[in-house]
Design a protein around this ligand. Sequence first.
Ligand SMILES: [Zn+2]
Ligand SMILES: [Zn+2]
Ligand SMILES: [Zn+2]
Length: 162
Amino acid sequence: MSGTLRAMPSQQTAAPNPWESLPDELRARGMRWTPQRRTLIDVLSRADGHLTGAELVDRCRDADPTTTPSTVYRTLDVLEDLGLIRHAHGPAGREEFHVLPTTDHGHLHCSSCGGSWELDASEAAGLVRELHRGRGFQVSLSHVTVVGRCADCVASGPRQRA
Ligand SMILES: [Zn+2]
Ligand SMILES: [Zn+2]
Ligand SMILES: [Zn+2]
């Protein structure tokens, strides 16, 4: 994908509601459109940024205490197949979900302050190109998680070693 990847306002045209056809998509996969799934979609459509599966389960339970984690996780798998969410991995390997991903991106995590930032395709292009040229390896950018120290933390002095 090419073009400008910096966060853009999330819409230019009145796009159709991406969740609208979901009940049909689920039925086509032999899954019922249940109140639990509707709750999950409500939670996702109001979500911002990255959420772990456990956070999604918690939010669903706030709205519907009967929510079962297995339903949430199974539904998340299908939603990812449909391109409505995309998972990445946090610094500890935990899955984090991005809602309605617009561009493929990796993540930077600062181990000093705990901050995280999106890594653009353009920023990762050198690595992606080299790995493809040198090893024939095709990088999944959404799985690129780089842990290090951010500029602010570097500027504030040497890391204290535990
Ligand atoms: Zn993964
Ligand atoms: Zn930092
Ligand atoms: Zn992300």
